[in-house]
Design a protein around this ligand. Structure first.
Ligand SMILES: C[S@@+](CC[C@H](N)C(=O)[O-])C[C@H]1O[C@@H](n2cnc3c(N)ncnc32)[C@H](O)[C@@H]1O
Length: 499
């Protein structure tokens, strides 16, 4: 039986692990070529014909061209990939994708990519010296794989992966390719902006660490013309958008050629994993596909912001049941108990401000607990620790904590935070971008148009969730207040009766 994993474990792009740094060091990349086109189901960044602030990567392909994808398909078949029920085609969603060649049943196992055709941290290096140096420095999986990909790519036809690498996008789509000014201008309202800035800085940090600790000591093995920030931005972009975590292989991360031609659909619930019985990477379909239909998998239960961050696309509004927006809550600076509350938060690994995910279905117990802490006064100080622990998700009760006396004030606080966030989104969405620099370059103008479309799609979906929360909160507050009013009217009625 297939051991198909659940959500996060096998999804494309596992969460960037607490940055894959080299031992004993801390720390751990945006301009481009992108034409604009709105697909029917989602919006994604596509490469622009050469020109514009382009990447200088000499390998990979322009994704519009299927030639390299067909070559990949031929090479994989000759190298042991069994006959497939799917074929690489140009598709409406995701540029290239896998399309059913015949009808496929629900629950059918597909792919069967043998481990010999998979790239992992254990793969053999064509440049054995480079592999030896990296392994003897105990470089963790992510930086190791990023370096491996560059090393193999630079060796062109001498690498066994040359046909695979030629079919990879020359410029993977992700926020790594947005400039800081673009992130600031287009994602000003969204918390994804900070996540993108951190990611760029993490990738830069990893490259800087590798250069300082390893590359600079072995310049003939790792020449700067090949191993530089630009190539690392490419390889990390590939890893972010194509790496899979295989839970049946003890969580090993891998690049799985062919399987990585599958596009994501947020309503699909099937993930890639290693199947011990067939000894291959498979997935089981969760629905029927007719011949000619594109087959999808899930990259994990990700919000639209996370999908934009790692994969460079935003699903069509309202189609992602896992969508959420990060709401930022913070302690009031003039709170008399500010320091005590900060200490309680710190003790449980939280800070101020702190972000919490808000979904269309509502908010978490953690967010409510944090808001309780924000609004509570000094006479609740013995409860601060309990509130902070619950905000950190450390409470044992599934019901969380409940302070009816703080309910109204807490909901009002969350409503104020939602409204302040909504006004930032509305300013961006309705105010246009007056700061948009004017450019005479058509390609650059197209690229900016695309980034703006992506940002508008993201911000519209995030604001929609906030609007929904605003509606729920207002109704709850109205009910609380009208309940109080009714109680007061009854009380006054009794008072008159007894007078
Ligand atoms: C694992 S690859 C899938 C194969 C890819 N379409 C290709 O041609 O190489 C992930 C990339 O596919 C694209 N993609 C996947 N799902 C998508 C979707 N639902 N809408 C738009 N683009 C998608 C994004 O560009 C993403 O970075």
């Amino acid at each position: 039986m297939a051991e198909v994993s659940s959500a996060f474990c096998t999804s494309f792009l596992p969460k960037f692990p607490k940055l894959p740094v080299l031992p004993n060091i801390h720390g751990f990349a945006a301009s481009s070529r992108a034409s604009h086109r709105l697909t029917r189901c989602s919006i994604s960044a596509e490469p622009m014909p050469s020109g514009t602030s382009s990447s200088t990567i000499p390998w990979g392909c322009e994704i519009e061209s299927l030639e390299s994808a067909f070559a990949l398909q031929r090479w994989l078949s000759e190298s042991g990939l069994p006959p497939q029920k799917m074929d690489i085609r140009r598709v409406d969603v995701g540029e290239r994708g896998l399309v059913a060649l015949k009808s496929i049943r629900k629950g059918e196992k597909l792919l069967f990519v043998p481990p010999s055709l998979v790239i992992t941290a254990d793969s053999e290096w064509t440049n054995t010296e480079a592999g030896y140096v990296m392994r003897s420095n105990s470089v963790p999986d992510w930086p190791l794989l990023a370096t491996y990909l560059i090393s193999e790519a630079s060796l062109r036809d001498s690498s066994r992966w040359s046909i695979y690498i030629s079919a990879l996008p020359r410029q993977p789509y992700s926020l790594l390719y947005w400039t800081r000014a673009e992130l600031d201008m287009y994602l000003v309202a969204s918390q994804i902006r900070m996540r993108a800035i951190e990611r760029v800085s993490d990738v830069t940090g990893v490259y800087t660490d590798l250069r300082a600790r390893i590359f600079s000591k072995h310049p003939t093995v790792f020449p700067e013309e090949v191993f530089n920030l630009e190539t690392f931005k490419w390889s990390f972009g590939i890893l972010f958008s194509r790496l899979v975590r295989l839970s049946a292989m003890d969580g090993k991360v891998a690049l799985v050629p062919w399987a990585d031609m599958l596009n994501h659909n947020s309503e699909v619930e099937t993930f890639l994993d290693y199947d011990k019985s067939s000894r291959g990477i498979v997935f089981s379909t969760d629905r029927v596909y007719q011949s000619g239909e594109q087959v999808f998998i899930s990259y994990g239960k990700k919000s639209n912001g996370e999908l934009l961050l790692s994969y460079g696309f935003v699903p069509k509004e309202g189609t992602n049941p896992n969508d959420s927006v990060e709401l930022s809550l913070s302690l009031e600076k003039n709170d008399k108990c500010y320091n005590e509350k900060v200490d309680a938060l710190r003790k449980h690994g939280l800070s101020t401000p702190q972000q919490f995910p808000l979904q269309i279905t509502g908010w978490s117990l953690e967010m409510m607990a944090y808001a309780y802490l924000v609004v509570s006064s000094s006479d609740m100080r013995q409860r601060f620790d309990e509130m902070a622990a619950c905000a950190a998700g450390k409470t044992k009760s599934r019901m969380g904590i409940n302070y009816p006396e703080l309910e109204e004030q807490t909901l009002q606080f969350i409503l104020d935070c939602c409204e302040s966030s909504i006004s930032k989104y509305s300013k961006f969405l309705e105010g246009g971008s007056p700061l948009d620099p004017i450019t005479a370059n058509v390609q650059e103008a197209n690229r900016r148009l695309l980034l703006k479309q992506l940002a508008v799609a993201l911000c519209t979906s995030e604001r929609r969730i906030l609007f929904r929360a605003q509606y729920i909160l207002r109704r709850r507050l109205r009910d609380i207040r009208s309940g109080e009013l009714r109680a007061l009217t009854i009380f006054n009625g009794f008072r008159k009766l007894f007078k």
